[in-house]
Write a new protein. Sequence first.
Length: 202
Amino acid sequence: MSEDVIPLKEEDAYPAMPEDGYGWEKLFSERMCRHFREDYGLYTRVARFHNVYGPDGTWDGGREKAPAAICRKIIDAKATGKTEMEIWGDGKQTRSFMYIDDCVKGVLAIMNSDILEPINLGSDELTTINGLVEMVEDIAGIKLKHNHNLDAPKGVNGRNSDNTKITEYLGWAPGIKLRDGMAKTYAWIEAEYQKKHATASV
């Protein structure tokens, strides 16, 4: 795992040099919340989510995030007898993933708090994409050959949440272990996969 990944603090958003559409959209929305609060007294809170995953999320079709995509690929390989799977990029890029239960708890806590500035809501448990694949393989009880597609989008090299402020404000931070959340997510996607393919075969 890369050791040069610096957790993102709230103040790191400026100067951000964000992506022209998606990145500026988020920062502009934060500014609008602040101005509507200051000018019109609108009750606002801003949480900066870091990679939310879990059951009941999108798991196929091309819009799913890495945890769900990895689960689906491994479930499909196990069901069809495949021995290989594709991984976007070299797999060395690092991420943190927050389980949905932590996300919901955090949103409720932030909404009921006196925190006015944007605050991180994410896990600080860092993993590589390769590490995440190996974790899901272990959950599934299967080992596949990894084919790294270096031409596919891989995102930034490293990113995770600095939880200093949320811990100071709330005495709490997302803490559900990635292994535990991925086991629940894998089980749910496996059930959905089986339902989908059972219907298709009727």
